[in-house]
Design a protein around this ligand. Structure first.
Ligand code: PRP
Length: 214
């Protein structure tokens, strides 16, 4: 039986180093060293499987529209994007961290509306609305930890792993919003049309995740 072509969109950066060993256990190995290349799409040992390596925030878009069949992306970005547009069948349990609010250590309560800087605008809107707190949202794309000390915001919403970045910038974590880890997402049409090929990969990845946890 010829296998249908499959495109897997991977998140570049930290997640990639952790996901490649799991893919290898699912018998998918890039044909060349991704870290040494400027390419964005890679052949693998399997003729029908290709790997794309892109920004995490673009993975849901490629998978929603079917340009990629499968994606690997952090739950933070899925919460921000909305998770209706694809299936999310597997938690890879890697790149674990937390979505938190943070503010300057010992900060006095701000006068007026809380100014919150974040790249996770939908998550922040939802979270503070649930708390009944009125905020002014300030969208940034990175280095959020700088915003409070530069007078741009009273608080931030960001991912926290060791907490070192917060501490180094005079901030402390306050409210827990969500646990984050890398997830597999699958395009809804691909799941039907290429079911056998996708199931095979999902099964092998689940086994790899379970073996690692054991
Ligand atoms: C994330 C996050 C924090 C940092 C937290 O940035 O935005 O800056 O990690 O880690 P820590 O608690 O261990 O210090 P990342 O390096 O993923 O890059 P980003 O700025 O693109 O999000």
């Amino acid at each position: 039986m010829t296998m249908p072509n499959l495109v897997i969109a991977l998140t570049k950066g930290r997640i990639l180093d952790e996901v490649l060993p799991l893919l290898a256990q699912a018998d998918i190995v890039p044909a060349e060293d991704i870290s040494l290349s400027r390419k964005l799409i890679f052949d693998t040992n399997l003729a029908h499987v290709k790997l794309m390596v892109i920004r995490g925030s673009d993975v849901p878009t490629y998978v929603e529209f079917g340009s990629a069949d499968i994606g690997v992306v952090g739950k933070d970005l899925l919460l921000e994007y909305g998770d209706e547009a694809f299936y999310e069948p597997l938690d890879l349990d890697i790149a674990r961290c937390r979505l938190m609010t943070a503010e300057p250590i010992g900060r006095a309560a701000p006068v007026g509306r809380l100014r919150v800087a974040t790249k996770f605008v939908n998550i922040a809107k939802r979270y503070f609305a649930e708390q009944g707190v009125q905020i002014e949202l300030i969208k940034l794309n990175g280095a959020l930890e700088l915003a409070p000390s530069m007078g741009l915001a009273d608080a931030i919403v960001d991912i926290v792993d060791t907490g070192k970045t917060l501490t180094a910038n005079g901030l402390e974590a306050k409210d827990f919003i969500a646990h984050v880890s890398s997830r597999i997402i699958v395009n809804k049409a691909s799941m039907k049309i290429k079911n056998a090929a996708i199931r095979e990969i999902l099964d092998k990845l689940s086994t790899a995740v379970a073996n690692r946890a054991a």
